[in-house]
Design a protein around this ligand. Structure first.
Ligand SMILES: [Zn+2]
Length: 338
């Protein structure tokens, strides 16, 4: 069962302290804007704040109140059925004016059973000018009984007037270990969590999205191919290039991910064969194969070639031509000093 309350928010202790202190002192701004990359915990923080505002118990830990997690209010917030915690999310690409009107109408009444009414606006940047202006009126007239929490991955797309009415609360990328811990809680194996944490770049959401995407299997296959590129014949290069070119829309991302293979092989060289510092822990065979066949100088060249190929794809060069020339370059034998 998901834990509701700030105990369940990992990696944002300082931000949590600021919010809990504001609630304890009765100084919470009536409108907060939670910003930061997707998948780092903004939604969990909003839920924790809503629970804390509604909680009957508010037990104190570390000198500050948190939601108890067990009272009827906390349980309803956790289950998403609290009548005074209203979630608004984009309907398709946008938050429609009707959604905002419905919302502002409900804020004219007293909360049903909670201390306050909490309105959580997910993807707040999805409000077009019309919707944003409708919300703005409500934000300008705080009734004292409604707390707004706006969440946005792209706050620069919000109307400046909305931004200026809100107290900004910034959520940074998570550190690597926190992402690993959170992935482990989701039932991801230790080895896979290490790799996903690297790919997720501080975002649990992105790491999990990567895991669910077709990219995951294709990445493993590409790493294996690049590792044996030094022993590919010209015919094989052409066949593989054609196959890869059919993954056109994901190819650029795949190549960017694959750069870490060269980094890992260089680390293996530099550390005398150690594998524990590798990013691609799920593909150590590929890392070792590449390190065996290529000198550090050659690895640097190959990494640059992969980068250049990704750049060409970005520039809309024919993917098949890009991949053919990349694989042929990568299959060139290492030039030995005589
Ligand atoms: Zn409670």
């Amino acid at each position: 069962m998901d834990e509701v309350g700030f105990r369940g928010l990992l990696g944002h202790e300082r931000t949590a302290t600021v919010l809990r202190r504001a609630v304890a002192g009765g100084r919470l701004h009536h409108a907060s804007l939670f910003t930061g990359p997707s998948g780092v915990g903004k939604r969990i923080a909003a839920r924790a704040l809503a629970a804390l505002l509604q909680c009957e118990q508010r037990p104190v830990s570390d000198g500050l109140p948190d939601a108890c997690g067990t009272c009827p209010h906390c349980r309803r917030v956790r289950d998403g059925i609290h009548p005074d915690v209203i979630d608004v999310s984009p309907d398709g690409r946008f938050i429609r004016i009707e959604q905002v009107r419905e919302l502002t109408a409900s804020t004219r009444f007293r909360p049903y059973e909670g201390r306050v009414r909490v309105v959580i606006v997910h993807g707040a940047e999805a409000m077009k000018a019309e919707s944003a202006n409708a919300l703005l009126k409500t934000l300008e007239e705080p009734g004292g009984e409604t707390v707004f929490i706006l969440l946005s991955d792209r706050p620069h797309q919000l109307l400046p007037t909305i931004r200026s009415r809100c107290q900004p609360v910034r959520f940074a990328r998570l550190d690597r270990q926190t992402v690993v811990d959170l992935l482990r809680r989701e039932g991801v194996s230790a080895a896979e969590a290490e790799v996903l944490a690297e790919l997720g770049d501080g975002s649990v959401g992105d790491a999990l999205a990567f895991r669910a995407s077709a990219l995951a299997d294709e990445r493993t296959a590409l790493l294996a191919l690049l590792a044996r590129a030094p022993s590919l014949g010209a015919d094989q290069c052409l066949v593989e290039a054609e196959r890869l070119a059919s993954q056109r829309e994901r190819l650029e991302s795949l190549l960017l991910l694959a750069q870490s293979l060269y980094r890992d092989a260089l680390v293996v060289h530099a550390s005398g064969g150690r594998l524990d510092r590798c990013i691609n822990r799920d593909a150590l065979d590929s890392v070792q194969t590449l390190a065996r066949h290529r000198s550090p100088a050659h690895l640097h060249q190959d990494a640059a070639r992969v980068r250049e190929a990704a750049r060409q794809l970005e520039g809309n060069v024919n993917p098949r031509l890009v991949m053919e020339s990349l694989l042929i370059e990568l299959s060139r034998p290492e030039r030995r000093a005589i």
